[in-house]
Design a protein around this ligand. Structure first.
Ligand code: SF4
Ligand SMILES: [Zn+2]
Length: 326
């Protein structure tokens, strides 16, 4: 594929959506709530300087957006927010294709001060690599968001440092993760930790991915995670995982594996809400977790219902579909 075709593939002719509403269950009542997601084109120093994480293609998307458009982040937030004035929004989630703290301090302050004045919003999620989670940064945001819950999401992906850094190229040591978790706990801020279910290891099976994910959950809970989000690894263009996928050495997850993991995790960790990431990232995914033609649609609906209610009762405990064996 030449460079021009690749660029077109990144956006695949879609309108660029800088915000959208997704339904997420209340962790306690299982009521369906609105979560407003902002996608701010900021980018990631890790991707710009060292090529980024193995599975992540966001920097290319952001480069594409910033090449085409001027992006004033404060204006984006204010203009996008106006689209949802009639909707009861409980949570706001900022995706920046990197760490929220890579936004200039004064811009962060202005964005969050604006959000802080919106009375319906209860929770504010930001994402950050561990190295940006300092006492100063956290205290500054806490000061701005006194009436709201701040939750910091960290993509640690796996308990296994070797897989995290040699396979996923995250550049995150267990020590730096632990230090960040320690800072968050000392500031009384909750952490949402991402776990990547099936890292792009040549010929990895779903069974191996399942076992390793349970170990990763144990690890991050032990380090103080309040919430977990399972990421299922869609294939994005311009990532190294795409190279493995192209030659048949990596297959996206069987969605039954995701269903089984959620059942097991909900039984083991009753006090830790386990979120499920979307299968299709906002831009440029070309393959996603799936089942066979008989069950794919049905199970995807159930998993979506799980996302929207956070109620493990909606998951499928028994099935006879041939494709469910992992
Ligand atoms: S996964 Fe996060 S840290 Fe890694 S390159 Fe993507 S945005 Fe950067
Ligand atoms: Zn099936």
């Amino acid at each position: 594929m030449n460079r021009v075709e690749k660029k077109e593939d990144i956006l695949r002719g879609r309108e660029i959506e800088l915000s959208y509403i997704r339904k997420v269950g209340n962790y306690e009542s299982n009521e369906v709530e609105n979560e407003l997601v902002f996608f701010l084109p900021v980018g990631c120093f890790w991707a710009r300087t060292l090529g980024g994480c193995y599975h992540c293609g966001f920097q290319d998307v952001i480069n594409e957006i910033t090449r085409k458009y001027c992006c004033n982040l404060i204006e984006i937030v204010k203009v996008e927010y106006k689209k949802y004035l009639n909707i009861n929004i409980k949570r706001v989630f900022f995706y920046v294709g990197g760490s929220f703290f890579e936004i200039k301090d004064e811009v962060q302050d202005e964005i969050l001060s604006f959000i802080n004045t919106q009375t319906m919003i209860r929770d504010i999620y930001i994402e950050s690599r561990p190295e940006f989670i300092t006492k100063e940064n956290i205290q500054r945001l806490k000061f701005l968001l006194q009436a709201k819950n701040l939750i910091v999401a960290i993509g640690v992906e796996t308990y296994n440092e070797k897989v995290r850094n040699e396979v996923l190229s995250k550049g995150i040591s267990n020590n730096s993760f632990e230090l960040a978790m320690h800072i968050l706990q000392s500031e009384n801020i909750k952490a949402l930790v991402y776990i990547f279910i099936k890292p792009p290891i040549k010929n990895i099976t779903d069974k191996k991915a399942y076992d390793e994910t349970l170990k990763s959950m144990e690890f991050v809970i032990e380090k103080g995670a309040s919430y977990i989000e399972l990421k299922s690894g869609c294939i994005m263009y311009n990532t190294k995982v795409y190279e493995l996928y192209k030659v048949g050495r990596y297959t996206p997850l069987n969605i039954w594996t995701v269903n089984k993991l959620l059942i097991e995790a909900n039984e083991r960790y009753k006090n830790i809400p386990i979120r499920l990431g979307v299968f299709d990232e906002i831009f440029s995914s070309i393959d996603v977790p799936k089942g066979c033609i008989l069950c794919d649609e049905f199970l995807k609906e159930k998993l979506q219902l799980y996302r929207e209610t956070m109620d493990s009762e909606v998951l499928i405990k028994h099935t006879t579909c041939y494709c469910s064996i992992i």
